[in-house]
Write a protein that binds this ligand. Structure first.
Ligand SMILES: Nc1nc2c(ncn2[C@@H]2O[C@H](COP(=O)(O)OP(=O)(O)O)[C@@H](O)[C@H]2O)c(=O)[nH]1
Ligand SMILES: [Mg+2]
Length: 367
């Protein structure tokens, strides 16, 4: 299949280019609004980008017009010449605007199959392939393809916010049961105390699970940090008052089945969302994509910032995390990769997520 990106000031304009190049049989693989041009990142213009595919085998040549062409004579020859000149001008413009497209080479096909087998969605795979096709000469070495794919995947994610710097006093972690919220909170607090020399305190609203408060107290004890337990909004406000003297307050919440929207309302009854705080959604990389998507959507009524992905050590692919971030235009702050507190946590960037996704590529198949 031939795949190519088309750009236009509007959707109809981009589609006209698709039809002119690929005909009526073109398959639209994706469309999005992108920012283009500008100066120092400002004044960028919005454009529509359409990725279209066309199978050369099923492409039907468009019929030639049946109208008889009038024979040239002295009277209409000048007019005809003008039309022909204009047509060749339009043709030249179209050719200039539309980059050359090629059918997938076996090596690019191998890249597409690798990413699809990891779980990256078709639309993102096709976007990646057409960016590589547009920008690079045909690539043949696997190492070269891997490097280029990492670069282009990084570009696809580069506008999303990644990593984190603590600038607000309150840090909230939300997420389903057992994803690793309490453990991650302990890792973040450990880093703040041990590496940055800050003072920290904890508030937990997880009073549902037996042992949850004790689990947090154990970690807090090691860091010699105070823990407050809040059963309702009053307790929560008092807890904040009691922790006025510390630099950072980490707030642990109960893991609930957040595919059910009522549990989100429970959070709003106990936590004061008016405060200056960072709100993270914690999702396990071992979760199913559709569940991550529903949980994120249910949380969208809260002032959610970035995601923290956990349990990288328990899965072989980051593809669903990438699918979610690209689809929801979300960034990630951290990835955790083990049970050791405080060591098994890393800040993330678009580049290291792209590298993680491409990690197994050179191990598979021929070079
Ligand atoms: N393998 C692995 N296990 C983790 C990770 N983070 C947390 N866990 C484990 O997941 C389990 C649940 O963690 P917990 O913090 O209690 O989850 P919570 O219910 O979301 O607070 C514990 O056994 C943790 O040790 C991680 O990055 N990798
Ligand atoms: Mg917990």
């Amino acid at each position: 299949m031939k795949i190519k990106k088309f750009h236009g000031a509007s959707m109809p304009e981009a589609m006209a280019k698709v039809r002119s190049d690929f005909g009526a049989d073109a398959l639209i693989l994706s469309s999005k609004v992108i920012k283009h041009g500008g100066f120092l990142g400002l004044f960028k213009k919005e454009m529509t980008e359409v990725v279209a595919g066309m199978d050369p085998d099923v492409h039907v040549e468009r019929k030639k017009p049946q109208r008889p062409v009038p024979l040239p004579n002295a009277e209409n020859n000048g007019g005809q010449q003008k039309i022909l000149d204009e047509l060749s001008h339009v043709k030249a413009l179209l050719q200039k605007d539309a980059p050359e497209s090629h059918p997938l080479s076996p090596k690019m096909d191998q890249l597409a199959r690798y990413l699809t087998s990891r779980g990256l969605k078709e639309v993102h795979v096709q976007n990646l392939l057409s960016s590589i096709d547009e920008k690079y000469e045909p690539l043949s070495r696997k190492e070269e393809i891997k490097k280029t794919a990492v670069e282009e995947l990084t570009v696809m994610m580069e506008e999303l916010p990644f990593g984190h710097v603590f600038q607000k006093r309150y840090v909230h972690l939300f997420g389903p049961t057992g994803v690793g919220k309490t453990t991650t909170l302990a890792k973040l607090a450990g880093d703040a105390v041990l590496n940055k020399g800050w003072t920290v305190g904890f508030i937990t609203t997880d009073t549902y699970r037996i042992g949850a408060v004790e689990q947090l107290k154990t970690y807090a004890g090691i860091l010699q940090a105070p823990v407050e337990v809040a059963y309702n909004m009053d307790d929560y406000r008092k807890a904040k008052e009691n922790l006025k003297g510390v630099d950072l307050v980490f707030i642990d919440t109960a893991g609930r089945n957040y595919r059910n929207h009522t549990f989100i309302k429970d959070l709003q009854e106990i936590i004061d969302f008016e405060e200056e705080a960072d709100y993270f959604l914690v999702l396990s990389l071992t979760s199913k994509y559709v569940d991550m998507q529903t949980i994120y959507e249910n949380f969208s009524s809260l002032p959610l910032g970035k995601i923290i992905f956990t349990k990288e050590d328990e899965t072989s692919t980051m593809a669903d995390a990438v699918n979610l971030m690209l689809e929801k235009r979300l960034g990630a702050a951290y990835i955790t990769n083990g049970q050791d507190v405080p060591d098994d946590i890393q800040t993330v960037s678009a580049g290291n997520i792209a590298s993680r996704l491409m990690k197994g590529y050179t191990d598979e198949g021929s070079s």
